[in-house]
Ligand binder design. Structure first.
Ligand SMILES: [Zn+2]
Ligand SMILES: [Zn+2]
Length: 274
């Protein structure tokens, strides 16, 4: 009995050292757990959905995926765990100071990060393509010419550090001036994962893709062409920055229409007359 009490006390003090209750309440722990496992879960689900017979007709580039591509992409996505680890460190050290949950603050947190990721991703992505000395950072991600749901997070460590720093440092800095909630951060990561993984699924989905198109969101054809043509379509989840800065290719609309009609490209070449 005495031994059991001692073990319990030991575990409780260990928990207090690793996850101090003052910082890591249920909301923070739930958000960290989601950020740790959510992307793996979405990757597996999306891979299953994109390969299912029912959606095969929506294939964007209907060409064979090189053998071992998925395996390479999975291996080069190992750093997905850093999202939650870095967030944990920022919380533990007090650099990130989340506020108590409220619905309005959660919504505002989510919307601010959605706008922020759009802007920083476009700028950094454009720079990594435009400046020769930055290209090596982005090279690993572009080894996939035709995407799979596992392509999204496959990148070099240096690219991960750049993108992760821009996301987390901004969150931390903002939390000193306004109410940022952990639920808002978790919702943002859910959005981020769906866009990254869905944007690489090489499949257009009837209804979903048309709805996204009407809202100005980038359907999977947008990023599929980025991988195939290299110097177009730099945006993250919307196409307005590409349209604004003239980096949007009109071939995207043809490709999307063809994929939705069950007539995706049979090769990587741009068809004549498009
Ligand atoms: Zn790129
Ligand atoms: Zn990509």
């Amino acid at each position: 009995m005495f031994h059991e009490v001692n073990t319990m006390n030991y575990l409780e003090s260990l928990r207090e050292i690793i996850f101090p209750a003052k910082i890591f309440g249920a909301e923070a722990l739930g958000a960290l757990g989601w950020i740790l496992l959510g992307q793996i879960l979405i990757m597996i689900i999306m891979n299953y959905v994109a390969q299912s017979r029912i959606f095969r007709s929506g294939r964007i580039f209907d060409v064979p995926i090189p053998a071992r591509q998925r395996r390479r992409e999975f291996i080069h996505s190992w750093h997905v765990f850093l999202d939650s680890i870095v967030l944990y460190i920022f919380l533990y050290t007090g650099l990130l100071r989340p506020s108590v949950f409220t619905w309005p603050d959660t919504l505002i947190t989510f919307l601010i990060f959605v706008v922020w990721v759009e802007v920083y991703f476009y700028c950094v992505h454009w720079a990594m393509h435009s400046f020769k000395w930055l290209r090596p950072i982005h090279r690993e991600h572009h080894r996939s010419v035709v995407n799979t749901p596992y392509s999204g997070f496959a990148s070099s460590m240096s690219e991960k550090v750049v993108l992760l720093s821009l996301a987390t440092c901004f969150m931390a800095a903002l939390s000193w001036f306004m109410n940022i909630t952990m639920s808002g951060i978790a919702a943002f990561y859910a959005y981020y994962y769906v866009i990254v993984i869905g944007g690489h699924c090489n499949t257009e989905f009837p209804f979903i893709s048309r709805t996204m198109q009407r809202l100005g969101l980038a359907t999977p054809s947008v990023h599929a062409l980025h991988h195939a043509r290299f110097n177009v379509n730099y945006g993250f989840s919307f196409v307005f920055l590409d349209r604004l800065f003239g980096t949007y290719t009109s071939e995207t609309d043809t490709l999307r229409d063809r994929a939705l009609a069950g007539n995706g490209y049979q090769s990587l070449k741009r068809p004549k007359g498009v």
